[in-house]
Design a protein around this ligand. Structure first.
Ligand SMILES: Nc1ncnc2c1ncn2[C@@H]1O[C@H](COP(=O)(O)OP(=O)(O)OP(=O)(O)O)[C@@H](O)[C@H]1O
Length: 232
């Protein structure tokens, strides 16, 4: 079964007179439970593709099906609902709310989903403990290391129990140890929670964990390789 299926996606950006290719006829089928790295040089279209998959930006043409829902035709409200309930996002800059504690950051998404206060608090504590942040839930982002902040961002992404996590350069600001810890956490979530991961990355530390590496160049898929020897 597909977690997400992209068919013939095209996207052109306009900068004054200039036309910039974001995606050029990209077709990609990602099976449920996959652990996929999108790689390629700067400007090759990785973020554009992730943003299209996550309903953050619309392709000019083509089709995107998440599970059994065609998403490229949804309106903004439906897309917001989809992002809230079915997709988790992890960005290189963590994007945590600075005035909220780790637990409140994790609870925030559940609050938007309408989960009751007691269940929110219990689920947030459980998720934070699972990702190794037990005892740090009362700290605000500035009181946590970069690696810990990124783990809070991951906790927030999985608290809503999404089927798909899209991560854009998740290790870009992390030291080697934190990056390895993050990848091991992703592998754990992929295995134990059956979450599908698609990560855009330049980081060879990330690529080593991927079981499939899709390489983009100038908005096109240049190669698509399965790597059974990925780090386990
Ligand atoms: N909003 C935008 N307006 C104009 N051009 C854009 C916009 N977003 C992306 N592009 C262009 O589209 C192309 C693909 O960009 P994209 O960000 O997807 O690449 P990327 O592979 O993620 O790069 P990086 O590794 O540097 O993050 C680039 O040429 C980029 O300059």
């Amino acid at each position: 079964m597909s977690a997400i299926h992209c068919r013939d996606l095209c996207k052109t950006f306009h900068q004054g007179e200039e036309e910039i290719t974001g995606l050029d006829h990209v077709s990609l089928d990602i099976e449920a439970g996959s652990f996929v790295a999108l790689v390629g040089p700067s400007g090759s279209g990785k973020t554009t593709l992730l943003n299209a998959m996550g309903g953050l930006d619309r392709p000019d043409s083509g089709e995107i099906v998440l599970g059994d829902t065609r998403i490229d035709t949804l309106d903004q409200g439906e897309l917001a609902d989809l992002r809230l309930n079915r997709i988790g996002f992890v960005f290189q800059s963590y994007n945590l709310v600075p005035v909220l504690s780790a637990r409140e950051n994790v609870e925030f998404v559940m609050q938007l989903q309408g989960v009751g206060a007691q269940e929110r608090a219990a689920r947030a504590e459980a998720v934070l403990a699972e990702i190794g942040l037990e005892g740090l839930s009362g700290r605000r982002p500035a009181e946590l290391s970069g690696g810990q902040q990124q783990r809070v961002a991951v906790a927030r992404a999985i608290a809503s129990e999404p089927q798909l996590i899209l991560a854009d350069e998740p290790t870009a600001n992390l030291d080697s140890h934190s990056a390895t810890q993050l990848m091991e956490l992703f592998v754990h979530l992929n295995r134990e929670h059956k979450v599908t991961f698609v990560m855009a990355t330049h980081d060879t530390r990330v690529m080593r964990y991927a079981r499939r590496v899709v390489s983009l160049q100038d908005g096109r898929i240049e190669s698509d390789q399965r790597t059974p020897e990925a780090v386990e």
